[in-house]
Ligand binder design. Sequence first.
Ligand code: SF4
Ligand code: SF4
Length: 354
Amino acid sequence: MKINKNPEKPIQKQRATVQIIFLLLVIWVGIEFHLFAMFLESNGTENFYQRPPGAEGFLPISALMSLYYFVETGIIHFAHPAGFFILVSVIVISFVFGKSFCSWLCPIGTISEYIGEFGEKVQKKIFKRVIRIPKFIDYPLRSLKYLLLGFFTYAIFSMTVPALKMFLDSPYNLVADVKMYYFFAHISRLSLIVIASLFVLSIIIRNFWCRYLCPYGALLGFFSILSPNKIRRNPASCIDCGLCAKACPSLIKVDKVKTVISDECSTCFNCVDVCPVADTLEYKTVFKNIRIKKNYIALAVVGIFVIITGIAMLSGNWQNNITKEEYLNHFKKMNEYGHPTSTEEIDKLNQQAE
Ligand code: SF4
Ligand code: SF4
């Protein structure tokens, strides 16, 4: 049978470029935060470095609380506004273009992808095949991230607005980014063992963290299911070669479905890129079946992120308004700020900080 060859160029190079740019951006934020922490450690005697607000992207729980607070009150909480806007942009991206944040922008997703590719090469060399977890283990493991997400969302959404505000105002939350920095800068042996284990597991099982444990990915997976745009297969022209399923890092059986409806699909386009037949595997709107070019999606994913974070910057909602003196003050007492689990404990913390 004569087939019409797929004329579209692969998009993986562009995706890798976007991934590397965002990874470098995160490394840059990390370096800036380190300089800010040096200033705090010097008790304000060394040069002052502005705290990079982008670090708040690593405070998803605080951001989710801010989002809930915003929904309830219409107010963007002052502590971590950048985290709030980053979360909003990522949710919008997931709602429009599926879990594309994971395969285009997320630095953990990028590292995880490279470790996974390395692992698969090693496995092919040693075992002549790639290790796949059996379905009866894979499914229960995949639910773990939803259990974690359920735990956090229940804890947050069962809070009253005054309790939420109390937590967001608490010194624990105000310096959550500094605490997070020290978690990694002075990592404990146990945390190091956990991270090393995740690294090894990611070599053995591709995307171990993202597939089984990341609650952020679970949240985005939920929104991605609601997305009106999906990968669609045209069974009439499909030659059943199975290349798409083989190329899918999320192990989705693309060749067996008409529309990919999966919380694991990260809109990476590996499947679309390898499909040899024209007009057979495409990204389309579900309702009107309109094809969307891969290039446009790449631009739109980055564009949504840049526009929403840009709005935050232009509207003065990127930097928080905590002064360096307040940071220095909190920094001195930071080790006393344990994670409060009740309003009484938050109250005690607030008094401690005064
Ligand atoms: S179905 Fe296609 S786009 Fe979705 S994760 Fe698999 S390869 Fe990527
Ligand atoms: S890559 Fe997938 S969609 Fe494309 S022809 Fe082969 S089986 Fe069909």
